[in-house]
Design a protein around this ligand. Structure first.
Ligand code: KIV
Length: 281
């Protein structure tokens, strides 16, 4: 069944948890979609886990469109959300609408996600007016890493917690269809979830959110440059990949790969003709 803004809202209303994972390429998106995920986020985390940057700030619109197109080809039923990269919306409301439009029109996304609260509400309103669903992102917003001074939990102090509650209300009023809460104390995320009509998707924000999102490399043990506390390992695929790569290298070097079953045969008479032709040359 296709996931839509309406079906995701129904899931919140029916207390049916929403599942979201990141994906950045065709084959991973296909696997995640076939597993039955509700929504796939083409996150700008791709800058770190796919492209090897130390943060998300270098990611471009071209990067996002390229990866969103690949995910779109792999995912048949998931609701696809594409991140708006750093400086694709902060510059003006006009830029926000144009770039959101590109992610939908060229990338094939169903919705876009942008970071921030009250200060990006005019951008959210304008994008929604262009009939593009918007997912808001509050708490630890990685595009503000230099302002925060690192990847840190947000909303622990009273004024920051109250600001988060206000921002969540504002983005809902501006028309956001969901809100990601990243690295927020679990009881605060639960309060926010209960105070909103739209679904909250938590990452490091506890089980009280309406849904959860993880970066797939984190949950599979494929990226250890940063190991967030919330990133439960659901598999050891990084170790399995390394073991397989090592086996390939060893078997190739010792000549046991490829074996007969991995090769194609040729008629003996054709082979004899080939040998003759080589000798004659
Ligand atoms: O870019 C991303 O993957 C994200 C998630 C961490 C929510 O924004």
């Amino acid at each position: 069944m296709k996931n839509t803004v309406t079906s995701l809202q129904k899931q919140k209303d029916n207390h049916d948890k929403i599942t979201m994972l990141t994906a950045y390429d065709y084959s991973t998106a296909k696997l995640i979609d076939e597993a039955g995920i509700n929504t796939i986020l083409v996150g700008d985390s791709l800058g770190m886990v796919m492209l090897g940057y130390e943060d998300t700030l270098s990611v471009t619109m071209e990067d996002m469109i390229h990866h969103t197109k690949a995910v779109k080809r792999g995912a048949k039923n998931a609701f696809i959300v594409a991140d708006m990269p750093f400086m694709s919306y902060q510059t003006s409301v006009y830029d926000a609408v144009v770039n959101a439009g590109r992610l939908v029109k060229e990338g094939g996304a169903h919705a876009v996600k942008l970071e921030g609260g009250e200060k990006v509400c005019p951008h959210i309103e304008a994008i929604v007016k262009a009939s593009i669903p918007v997912v808001a992102h509050l708490g630890l917003t990685p595009q503000s890493v230099n302002e925060f001074g690192g990847f840190r939990v947000q909303g622990k102090e009273k004024d920051k917690a109250l600001e988060l509650i206000k921002d969540a209300k504002r983005v809902e009023e501006a028309g956001a269809c969901m809100v990601v809460l990243e690295c927020v104390p679990a009881p605060l995320a639960q309060l926010i979830t209960e105070s909103l009509h739209i679904p909250t998707i938590g990452i490091g924000a506890g089980a009280g959110c309406d849904g959860q999102v993880l970066v797939y490399q984190d949950m599979l043990g494929m990226y250890d440059n940063v190991t967030p506390k919330f990133a439960k390992r659901f598999g050891e695929i990084g170790a399995a990949m390394k073991a397989a790569f090592t086996a390939y290298i060893n078997e190739t070097k010792e000549g046991s790969f490829p074996a007969k079953e991995h090769t194609f045969s040729i008629d003996e008479t054709v082979l004899e003709e080939c040998k003759k032709a080589i000798e004659e040359n």
